[in-house]
Ligand binder design. Sequence first.
Ligand SMILES: Cc1cc2nc3c(=O)[nH]c(=O)nc-3n(C[C@H](O)[C@H](O)[C@H](O)COP(=O)(O)O)c2cc1C
Length: 326
Amino acid sequence: MTYAPHRFCVAPMIDWTDRYCRFVHRQLSKHARLYTEMIVDEAILRGDRSHLLDFDTEEHPLALQLGGSDSTKMAAAAKIGAEWGYDEINMNIGCPSDRVQSGRFGACLMTSPDLVADCLKAMQDAVDIPVTAKCRIGVDDQEPAEILPRFIDRLAEAGVTVFIVHARKAWLDGLSPKENRTVPPLDYLLVEEVARARPHLTFVLNGGIEDLDQAASHLETFDGVMLGRAAYERPFILSRIDTRFFDSPCEAPDRLTVIKAVAAKAAVMDVPIWKFARHMLGLFHGEAGARDWRRRISEEGRDRGATPDWFIRLGTEITARSRAAA
Ligand SMILES: Cc1cc2nc3c(=O)[nH]c(=O)nc-3n(C[C@H](O)[C@H](O)[C@H](O)COP(=O)(O)O)c2cc1C
């Protein structure tokens, strides 16, 4: 059976889903679709492209998320992303932070569907890979039930077929970005209604999905799910995705295998193990030894003695402890 490419996605998260984090996630699941952090179009046009865009071939399938609202710049940035080898370009229409608002990126664009549609159209014209949208259900005093269907239809008119919807509003005035991920209530039902009325479009549900049982139940309604914090904070849940959601015959990887693969990668890339380890604090979540794992990475992981071998020794010790307690 072939599955929709967006069946299980790990959300774009600034400071979190860098290439090192994505490498870790990819060791845990071969099929989950991974997203970069949001990168602003200007940064790609003027900045250090290698630093911003380089990734490991193992990371596929991989989407580049762009922030911006100038169709010419967004198209140019998308073209560079496609040439760099990404599998999808995603436009951020959901990020509420101040910095982002000031440049007219992210969630504030929910009020400008024509501008967003122009950007997405220009991006699609510039590349041969899918161009997708990640949005909220509305901002501030917008009425989601009214604006979301219109917003989606306007973007669909511009040719977009894949919509990732973070199923809550963003309050641009008064809430911090963090509060904007918890305070506005989730409205899965509205996204479901919008999706059901548009069976020709692909809808990926995002926001507040805590575990794989919840993901499975949403997959009865939606084409895909996207998990952010749950996947980052408890990455080992990703190890069950391939067998559970993609019928993969491969055994789920164990933690020590992942730790060894990461250590080998850090050695080959000649980068500090910390770059990877900081994204693995939650690897033993719920297991005996989890607290020591976190503490020792936090306390020793940045030292010069924190070599790949040190990481494997620590992983071996904590794995033994968690197995003994099981
Ligand atoms: C640390 C952090 C950084 C984030 N950065 C981005 C981003 O760059 N682009 C984006 O579209 N959403 C960003 N988000 C929002 C997530 O992609 C996601 O929509 C949100 O966390 C809700 O999903 P969840 O409840 O599964 O975490 C970020 C979230 C977190 C926690």
